[in-house]
Design a protein around this ligand. Structure first.
Ligand SMILES: [Mg+2]
Length: 261
């Protein structure tokens, strides 16, 4: 547990479950962002969301009354595009929604023998035929990339299974390990830490996911702040190996933590 909150100079906020759940803003979210601006605490947003482009994520948040600019959002989908660009000009089989595919327009997407299978969020479109096609692509030499391997998240309709189970299943049958681009990857955290311009040890991640936000943040050398909103569950938190430096009921309590010294 915690060092001294006075040493926190910059913040990274997870989005889903921290600022909003489903279509609802979490009370205090806007006030906390305003507090950070008033106090000149630099912050960015870091999300494993792969259902939308960063522009669409910003639009969604703006529609909920949360003033966020797209340049401040680091998403697993945009980091995946950057990663693929570093691999030359590979062919890809993209498992993402059509809207997100547009961001990958420079890659060959229709090869029968792709260099990479890229797993993102396709909602309810998973089926045996698709999984079996991907399995064969992996057995024929494709590498497996996962935008993230989250287990579940909280929606207006309750907990919803995320893509982690499909990634794990594909690893199991192919014998390959997926390259994980989003949280908990330290490289992904570094992109956002570089943008806030503080040392890792003076940057804190605020998240509702004990493994990806808190465990990943700890391994990246950040300070970690768990919020009990979103997907937070007492039993999962208690059983987890990862532990945050600080725990708050919600983002609304962050100003008090940062001024308590
Ligand atoms: Mg979250």
């Amino acid at each position: 547990m915690a060092d001294d909150p006075a040493t926190i100079e910059a913040l990274l906020f997870d989005l889903d479950g921290v600022l909003y759940v489903g279509s609802h803003r979490i009370p205090g979210a806007v006030e906390t962002l305003e507090f950070c601006q008033e106090q000149n605490i630099p912050f960015r947003f870091i999300t494993n969301t792969s259902t939308r482009t960063v522009a669409a994520i910003a639009d969604k948040l703006n529609a909920m009354g949360i003033p966020i600019v797209e340049d401040w959002i680091f998403s697993a989908a945009s980091a995946t595009r950057d990663y693929l660009l570093q691999q030359g000009s590979p062919s890809v089989h993209l498992l993402v929604r059509d809207e997100v595919k547009l961001e990958f327009a420079e890659f060959e997407q229709n090869s029968p023998d792709p260099d990479f299978v890229v797993v993102g969020d396709i909602g309810a479109a998973w089926n045996y035929e698709l999984l079996n096609r991907v399995f064969n692509e992996l057995m024929n030499g494709a590498e497996l990339i996962a935008m993230h391997r989250n287990k579940y998240w909280l929606t207006d309709a309750g907990l919803q299974m995320d893509i982690g189970a499909f990634v794990a299943g594909l690893e199991y049958v192919s014998g390959k390990r997926a390259t994980i681009i989003g949280k908990p990857s330290s490289e992904f955290f570094s992109l956002a830490v570089n943008a806030v311009g503080a040392a890792n040890s003076k940057t804190a991640i605020v998240g509702d996911d004990i493994e990806n936000d808190i465990g990943g943040g700890n391994r990246a050398g950040l300070q970690t702040i768990m919020v009990k909103t979103g997907k937070y569950r007492e039993d999962v938190f208690t059983a987890a190996r990862a532990q945050p430096d600080y725990i708050l009921d919600s983002i609304a309590d962050l100003p008090a933590l940062l001024t308590k010294h």
